[in-house]
Design a protein around this ligand. Sequence first.
Ligand SMILES: C[S@@+](CC[C@H](N)C(=O)[O-])C[C@H]1O[C@@H](n2cnc3c(N)ncnc32)[C@H](O)[C@@H]1O
Length: 201
Amino acid sequence: MPDAPENLLVPLRTILAPLVLAELFAQPQPLEVELGCGDASFLAEYARCNPEKNFIGVERLLGRLQKLDKKGRRLGLKNVRGVRIESAYFLQYLLPAHAASALHIYFPDPWPKKKHRRHRLVNDAFPALARAALAPGGTVFLRTDDADYFQQMNEVFGAADFFEPAETPAALAEITTDFERDFNAQWIPTLHAAFQLRTMA
Ligand SMILES: C[S@@+](CC[C@H](N)C(=O)[O-])C[C@H]1O[C@@H](n2cnc3c(N)ncnc32)[C@H](O)[C@@H]1O
């Protein structure tokens, strides 16, 4: 069993091979991943409320990820780690296949201009990437303030027959993200969706 790390950010020795999860966490427990975790307001609180699970926050901006380290250590969390890398790359190359029981994607960059939409994380290719990352019965939880992106999320998951719509548990919905709190304060509506891997007959 690894010692508790001094820093919750994972020092990547290589990005050419999947992470060895047993080296990251004190306990082998179900893993959930937040992609684009920002300042980890959500992830730190969610990890605190769920000590029976492990969590990885993925974020490309170091300054934001350092907040995960700060918050996690302040709370004494042993079940959360941060990885600084691009989200799709993380899913495709660093996360061992079928390792996550849930993916959380909250307020991903909306890329509102039509010519920039190809940069969106949740695109046509994403459900297949999520399926490879998720354990059987695993769920993708989504939140956004952008109606057009929300429609795209529903369309791409709706077109993937290996996912079916699911409910977001109230206890999960109650834990808000940093961006979500800003939207709530401005009375900007936010949209939630979840899609679960179908149990194929
Ligand atoms: C709008 S913010 C939302 C942050 C957080 N989820 C929240 O709701 O407070 C989007 C975050 O995703 C990160 N991000 C955007 N695209 C990313 C990508 N492809 N890979 C990793 N992080 C990304 C950004 O740096 C930013 O912190």
